[in-house]
Design a protein around this ligand. Structure first.
Ligand code: SAM
Length: 285
């Protein structure tokens, strides 16, 4: 079945003289069951306004339009616009914005386009900009849920627990702001062209209140990023990169005062440990 769908998509692309761009992360879904499952996982319904990033030729967009109150898609590649005009013609509640999502004012978009609807994001992201896009979506502070198809390794990193090799500063960032879950995997043969990696659907429900109390978020994340700056070194050595002015001895005392081993590595610390450490470091500044 996917074979027939692939041929129909190739014919559509050929008719429009479309050429894939690697730098725009273009890997289109060719098995209808996959966008259907992603749209289902997003929980989009008539009360939702969905922002899709990179609609491509509209495979996921159509599924979202069948469920959501409104769908707004932001697409960078202008050569896809005539194709989308064709594939999305039957959906009046769809709006296309021709732009780079990294340059769009998202809170304004939500205010102006989604009015009384619950804003959520659902997208098969261009993999080369996964981290900046997710960061921007979180920092916009206007979406309730992000359901995204991304590289499996990145999804695993986002969900990783302390003490594992996959755990890092971005895991802490995502777990502080959201409750992330890996929903299901998507193999390379479900895309045209096939990516080299396996993909996975991540659903990140944005937290209304943070899981730990933090007095100064910007400072908290300075500590988190410093803790992972030198992964193979101890937490104290890694913290020296950003808080060296305090001196190694004081940093060691502060780490120990938080109930941590003087030789602990940053990757062992959970959100609560980071919150305690940030408070201690800020008080010592
Ligand atoms: N949603 C389609 C699908 O699932 O078949 C296409 C997904 S493809 C992985 C990524 C899409 O994002 C492409 O259509 C690409 O042109 C678009 N894109 C890449 N960079 C973008 C950016 N900065 N802003 C908006 N769209 C972008």
């Amino acid at each position: 079945m996917a074979e027939n769908e692939r041929k129909a998509i190739e014919a559509l692309l050929a008719r429009h003289g479309f050429h894939f761009s690697k730098s725009k992360g273009q890997n289109f879904l060719i098995d209808r069951a996959v966008p259907r499952a992603i749209a289902e996982a997003s929980g989009a319904d008539s009360g939702c306004g969905v922002l899709e990033i990179g609609p491509g030729i509209g495979a996921l967009t159509q599924e979202l339009c069948q469920r959501a109150g409104k769908v707004v898609a932001v697409e960078l590649d202008t050569t896809l616009l005539p194709i989308l005009n064709e594939t999305m013609a039957a959906y009046p509640d769809f709006e296309l914005i021709s732009a780079d999502v990294l340059k769009v004012d998202l809170p304004a978009l939500v205010r102006e386009r989604f009015a009384a609807l619950t804003p959520v994001v659902c997208a098969n992201l261009p993999y080369n900009i996964t981290t900046p896009v997710l960061t921007k979506l979180i920092e916009a502070r206007c979406f309730e849920r992000l359901t995204v198809l991304i590289q499996r390794e990145v999804a695993q990193r986002i969900c990783a627990k302390p003490g594992t090799a996959a755990y890092g500063a971005f895991s802490v960032f995502m777990q502080y702001h959201t409750a992330p879950e890996l929903c299901f995997e998507v193999p390379p043969e479900r895309f045209l062209p096939r990516p080299k990696v396996t993909s996975a659907v991540l659903r990140a429900t944005v937290r209304k209140t943070p899981p730990v109390q933090v007095a100064d978020e910007a400072f908290f994340f300075r500590v988190v990023y410093a803790a992972f700056a030198l992964r193979r070194k101890t937490l104290v050595n890694s913290l020296m990169t950003a808080f060296g002015a305090l001196g190694k001895e004081t940093l060691t005392e502060l780490v120990v005062s938080c109930g941590l081993d003087a030789a602990v590595r940053g990757e062992r610390l959970g959100l609560e440990d980071f919150a305690r450490l940030a408070a201690a470091l800020q008080a010592a500044q």
